[in-house]
Each structure stands twice: as structure tokens, then as C-alpha cells.
Design a protein around this ligand. Structure first.
Ligand SMILES: [Zn+2]
Length: 703
């Protein structure tokens, strides 16, 4: 990008500028200098100017531009700072779809892959050259440049359509606002990259957040993908996002001709992108002359994974020569000329210090291992669920054991095994409690289930869980009423059962330390609002074992009043489609207990709605709906709407969405690149096949 000579000169000039006066003659030079320092800082990772001096120059530039707004250059570093909020992230189509990659897991897989490439490209002899890149674990983005200027940035989205995030991209120092693609005859270019946060910066951000009492990020990837979608673009900048470019996916000249082939190889286009000022990963060992070298490169990345300052979860092996790439082509799902090499799941060793027990809202006891805090795949792990007694006995886990823990991607940490050979004899066998650790009543376990359960309805710890669940978003959704309120009010003796939530004395609450008039009123309003909830929410909120959101909704459709369920029989429940005998038994059990009925009656007397509301009633679909009583399935990539939207529309048209092609299927709506489902439907012969347009036509005038 810059020769050593130029760099030296720029550094000298920058020093002189600190005291110089800025005018029309040297404004453009200062823009160039600051662009150079941004590049040194964000792309080259070798800043040569102190932050303080950078700020002096930057402010100088800003002051000049404030007085001379007409002269501001489009690529001036000041133009990165965005004051606009992105109202929403509109969907935009990628110029070239972003496909995913096929996976490989070891050298043998890659040997096989090489054999496949030879077959496809008809190259029986000689080595094929590959380019091996680290597979960054961040958020994928696509950048479009036109006429040398950054026009648009988008997230990966579903691969065909992404969410536009140009404002967020513009503030990131590693993305040039201007890049002279025209030098290479390129008018429109689409680049692929990954936005990541360096591990050391991530730690700093989390430390700062923790100090400020903010929630910390689970891992750099979450912080990065979230950072791309911030409404306030300046927040994206604060997260320290960097963008590594790994692919030139589209390059056309003014006449619309493909100019990619002229660059000859993937390594050629990466070298060009580096020349243009983009951040790329380029190391000697990435350019591999054969699959053997490529395998070695993958293994090297895996070995050095921890020492690398960015989270990577694999490597990507790409056929380097564009001509061979073209011979290989792509399947519907992935390009054949590239393959991911997945690293083994990350493991760490730690000591199992103790076991604690947690209780759920239905009384299930979960053992949780307390371990010596250990860093694993971007998070510090100090407690890990051990699920149930069987998990402990099967793995023979003991207190004091050295255990191997694992975490792959988003998966929560997991104990793989204990290392028996490291035992000293001091380890203690874990005795699963026979009594509830909270209320001391005897634990019970039903046959063929794994969990021990405290069946004491009055168990305090369980009640705390149930009340916390009752007020939560998923259940009665009482805004602002969290676990700490439940704990405080319970301690005061105000909450003996859930009905008490609706009979609180707000004057007394207002006088509590840390509350006051305003928060008490706010709470009162939120509770009063919850009193009017549809009864499906009330049913969920009762913490009846196995009764989830869907079953609650189905039952609420069928009853006028919640207490009607006192008289319901198993048959009545199981006549409802999708409700089985297990749910029926638990609901019947709940409504057979007089103490539960009392609680519900008290709730009603405090104004809680127990009667079916309009929101509880099933949506009425008239018989003349275009797809009334029909089954429908969407396949392939839809162009005008997401799959989810399409399914909701189909339901509104009276159809039922099903997931497989069979003779029960009435309509198959075929998006782009539909595959096996379309073939199967054609074979069956009775399925009506619709294009997306035809489906849209059907809903015209009805929705
Ligand atoms: Zn208990």
C-alpha cells in the first residue's frame, strides 16, 4: 500500500503539521496523512503517531472543514463519524449469493477433497495450488464499491439477502471509504469479509463494561455481530471492530464485463485488495503449492490458534487458480472450489471444586459443578451444569477431580470426563441428596425420568422460582418486576402465593428503601396491566409441569373461564389436537388441588382476568379463504419475503404449513434453487406446484 520511502515522508510531514496552519493548499495533504495513520493503526497494526497527536491533526482537519464545508473530500477521515441513527436495517440483495462452505475435519478429508477437484477439473497429474486462510469467528459482511467509493455494506443475512449496515461500516477504520479499483479496470466490486474483535480488545471492553455495571459479552463473536447492527453507528466504532477481507466476490468493468479472470488467482485478488488498503490475512505459508502443503498450513493454524489474537474456528482451503475454480463450479449450497477445515472443539482442564444444587419452578433438582475458573473459547467458565444424578455417576465425577471441559461454538460448556490417572485418593464421591437442599422434604423420582424432584408445594425455593417465572416476560409479563423484587417482597412476608402479587400495598412499597413514589406507581401500573392478560398467559404462568406456551394457547381457545378446567376429563384434553395424556394428567392434577383453586379465586377477586379474551380465541379463517383447509410447503430461496413471512401469509390464507413432501401436500411453493423437495413433488404428481409469484397473486386482494 505505502512504500517505505512514502511512509518515512508521511511521518515527517505529520510532525510538521502539528504546528502548521491549515489552508486551502495543504488541506488535501492532511487528508492523505490522516488516511495513512488510520491505515497504520487499523490495517497495519503499527501506529506511528500517538493518539494525542492524531487527535490534534484530526481536530485541525475538522475545524477547517467546518469553515469550508464545500471543500470536504468524500474520503476525509472525518466523514467516518456518523451522527445519523440507522432507523432499521433494510434488506438488500447481494450481487453474488454468499454460500456456506462444505466441511472437512482432518488431513484425509482434504486428500479426498483434492482427488475430487482433480476429477472435476480433469487434472490427473501434478499438484493443485491452494490458498489457506484462517476462518474468523465473527460476523460476515459484504461491501460494495462503485466508482472507487464505498456504496453499501450488508450483513450475510440468508446468503441471498443481507441487512444493510452501511452507516455502521463507514465508521470502521479498517474499511476504506475510497479505494482505487479503477486502477484495475474495476467499476463495481463486491468484497466479502469478517468483522471481528481482537481478543485483547475484547477483554478490555468487557472489563470496562463490568466496571460500569453493564452486562458483559459472552464472547468476541457476539460482541462483533451485535456491533455491526447497532442503531447508533458510533457505538459500532467503540466496540473496536476490525474487518478482514477474504474474498473478491464480484468485479465488473463499466461495460458490465467480468474482470475477475484477469486477476488470475485468488491470491492475486487478495494481493490487489491489500494494495488498495484493505485488511487481509497474508502470510507466506498460506500460498500452498499442493494439498500436502495446504494440510500443513491448516494444522499450523490449529496449533497456533490460541496465540492468534483473533477467535478462529477453522481454516478455509481455496483452489487458488480462477480457471480451475470455474471448472469446479458450485452446488446449490456451496462452492466446490473451497472447503472449510474445522478445528477440534476447544477443551480445557480444570478442577471440580464443589457441587451446588439448583431447583426449578417445577421442583427439579439440577446439580451444578463449581470449577476452578478457566478461560475457554472466549468465556471464563466457573460453573457447569451436570444435568442430573445419572450424568455424575456415568462419568464417575468426583469432587477434587481434574476434569476435561469442552465448548464448541455457541454450545454451553460441558464436562467431557474426569482424568482418573490424576487422582490422589483425596477425591470425594458425589452423594446426590435424598432431601431437598432448600426445604428438606424427601426427593422423588418418577420412573424413566432423570430428574429428582422436590414435591413439596410449599417449598420456599421452588416458590421463589415459580413467582419469578410468573412475573417474567414469558408468563404474565409484568414490566420491571424481576427476581430481586420477588426476593425482597417475599422476605417482607408479602408474597405467600402468586395471588399476593395482585394485592400489594403500594404505599408501603413507596416507603421502602430504594423505591419511592415513582417506582411504586410504575409497578402498580404494570401489575394492573397484567391483570387484563389473555388467559393463555395466565395458564403458562402457573408453572404446571409440561404445560408450555403452545398447549396453554390451545387450551385457552377451548374454555370460557380458567376454573372450567376443574371439570375437564383426560378425554376432553386429548381431543385437542397436539395435546397428549402427559399434559392432561398434569393439568388435571393441578386443578384437583383445592389450594390451587383458592389461589385462582383470590386472583380473580383482586381483578385478575380469568375469562377468555378475544386474544385467546382462535383466529377465524373464513371458508372462502383461498387456501382454506389446504396444506402448503415452501422450498428454495424466496425473493420477495422471508420464509417466516410466507408461512404466516399462508396461514392467513387458510392453509396449514407442513414440513415434508408427501401425498398429503396440496401446494408446493418453489423459490430459487429448489432441490429434492421439488423433484419429489413432481414424482408424486398430485401436488400443485406454485412459483413465488403465483403464490403472491393468490393472496392479492385477500390479505
Ligand atoms: Zn424443596
Amino acid at each position: 500500500m505505502y512504500t517505505a520511502q512514502q511512509q518515512k515522508q508521511f511521518i515527517e510531514q505529520s510532525k510538521a503539521f502539528i504546528t502548521a496552519v491549515l489552508d486551502d493548499n495543504n488541506y488535501a495533504t492532511l487528508v492523505q496523512l490522516l488516511k495513512f495513520h488510520e491505515w497504520k493503526y487499523y490495517v497495519d497494526n503499527e501506529p506511528v503517531l500517538s493518539d494525542q497527536d492524531f487527535d490534534i491533526l484530526f481536530n485541525k482537519l475538522k475545524n477547517y472543514e467546518a469553515v469550508n464545508p464545500l471543500f470536504v473530500l468524500v474520503d476525509s477521515p472525518t466523514q467516518r463519524v456518523s451522527s445519523d441513527l440507522t432507523p432499521e436495517l433494510p434488506a438488500v440483495p447481494h450481487l453474488n449469493p454468499m454460500l456456506s462452505l462444505a466441511n472437512s475435519y482432518n488431513g484425509e478429508d482434504l486428500q479426498e477433497y483434492d482427488a475430487q477437484i482433480r476429477k472435476l477439473a480433469m487434472i490427473p497429474e501434478g499438484d493443485i495450488a491452494y490458498y489457506v486462510e484462517p476462518k474468523y469467528d465473527g460476523g460476515s459482511i459484504a461491501l460494495v464499491y462503485e466508482d472507487d467509493l464505498l456504496q453499501r455494506a450488508a450483513t450475510r443475512g440468508n446468503g441471498t439477502m443481507g441487512e444493510e449496515m452501511t452507516n455502521n461500516a463507514r465508521v470502521l477504520g479498517s474499511i476504506p471509504l475510497k479505494a482505487t479499483f479503477s486502477k484495475y479496470g474495476i467499476h463495481t466490486a463486491e468484497l466479502r469479509g469478517e468483522a471481528v474483535i481482537a481478543k485483547d480488545i475484547f477483554d478490555k471492553i468487557n472489563n470496562k463494561r463490568a466496571a460500569e455495571g453493564q452486562q458483559i459479552f459472552a464472547n468476541p463473536r457476539n460482541a462483533a455481530t451485535g456491533g455491526l447492527r447497532m442503531k447508533d453507528a458510533n457505538e459500532s466504532r467503540k466496540r473496536g471492530l476490525e474487518v478482514f477481507i477474504f474474498q473478491l466476490a464480484y468485479a465488473k468493468n463499466k461495460a458490465g464485463e467480468d474482470v475477475l479472470p484477469q486477476l488470475e488467482s485468488h491470491s492475486g485478488s487478495i494481493a490487489m485488495l491489500q494494495q488498495l488498503g484493505f485488511k487481509v490475512t497474508q502470510r507466506e505459508e498460506q500460498n500452498c503449492k499442493s494439498i500436502k502443503e495446504a494440510i500443513e498450513a491448516c494444522e499450523l493454524w490449529e496449533t497456533n490458534r490460541e496465540a492468534f489474537n483473533y477467535e478462529i474456528d477453522g481454516a478455509v482451503v481455496k483452489v487458488n487458480d480462477y480457471k480451475i475454480q470455474e471448472l469446479c463450479g458450485s452446488t446449490q449450497h456451496h462452492p466446490r472450489w473451497a472447503i472449510a477445515y474445522k478445528f477440534k472443539a476447544k477443551q480445557a482442564h480444570t478442577t471440580l471444586l464443589d457441587v451446588e444444587y439448583q431447583i426449578g419452578k417445577t421442583g427439579a433438582i439440577t446439580p451444578v459443578a463449581k470449577v476452578e475458573p478457566v478461560h475457554l473459547a472466549g468465556v471464563t467458565v466457573s460453573s457447569i451444569s451436570m444435568h442430573n444424578e445419572e450424568f455424575i455417576s456415568q462419568k464417575d465425577l468426583r469432587i477434587g477431580d481434574t476434569v476435561v471441559i469442552e465448548r464448541a461454538g455457541d454450545v454451553i460448556p460441558y464436562i467431557v470426563k474426569s482424568l482418573e490417572s490424576l487422582r490422589t485418593g483425596e477425591e470425594k464421591i458425589i452423594q446426590f441428596p435424598t432431601h431437598c437442599p432448600f426445604c428438606e422434604s424427601i426427593l422423588e423420582k418418577a420412573e424413566d425420568v432423570a430428574a429428582w424432584r422436590c414435591i413439596n408445594v410449599g417449598c420456599d425455593a421452588q416458590q421463589l422460582q415459580r413467582m419469578t417465572y410468573h412475573v417474567s416476560k414469558d408468563a404474565m409479563n409484568i414490566d420491571g418486576f424481576g427476581k430481586s423484587y420477588v426476593e425482597t417482597f417475599k422476605e417482607k412476608g408479602w408474597l405467600n402465593d402468586i395471588s399476593d402479587i395482585y394485592n400489594l400495598d403500594y404505599d408501603t412499597i413507596a416507603s421502602l428503601e430504594g423505591f419511592g413514589e415513582r417506582s411504586a406507581t410504575k409497578l402498580e401500573n404494570a401489575i394492573n396491566l397484567a391483570k387484563t392478560n389473555p388467559i393463555r398467559r395466565l395458564l403458562i404462568s402457573l408453572s404446571i409441569h409440561h404445560l408450555g406456551r403452545k398447549a396453554s394457547k390451545l387450551i385457552a381457545q377451548e374454555i370460557n373461564h380458567v376454573l372450567d378446567l376443574r371439570d375437564w376429563t383426560e378425554d376432553q384434553f386429548t381431543q385437542i389436537k397436539d395435546i397428549g395424556p402427559v399434559v392432561a394428567e398434569k393439568v388435571i392434577e393441578y386443578f384437583s388441588k383445592e389450594e390451587n383453586i383458592e389461589v385462582l379465586k383470590k386472583m380473580e377477586s383482586y381483578g385478575v382476568n380469568l375469562t377468555q379474551t378475544d386474544a385467546d380465541k382462535p383466529k377465524v379463517i373464513s371458508l372462502d379463504a383461498p387456501l382454506s383447509g389446504k396444506t402448503i410447503l415452501f422450498t428454495g430461496t424466496l425473493q420477495t419475503m422471508s420464509r417466516k413471512v410466507a408461512q404466516t401469509r399462508a396461514e392467513a390464507l387458510g392453509a396449514k404449513n407442513i414440513s415434508a413432501v408427501s401425498s398429503n401436500l396440496d401446494y408446493l411453493v418453489v423459490g430459487e434453487k429448489a432441490g429434492s423437495k421439488l423433484k419429489k413433488a413432481e414424482k408424486i404428481g398430485t401436488v400443485t406446484i406454485l412459483t413465488e409469484e403465483e403464490f403472491n397473486d393468490m393472496s392479492q386482494g385477500y390479505l
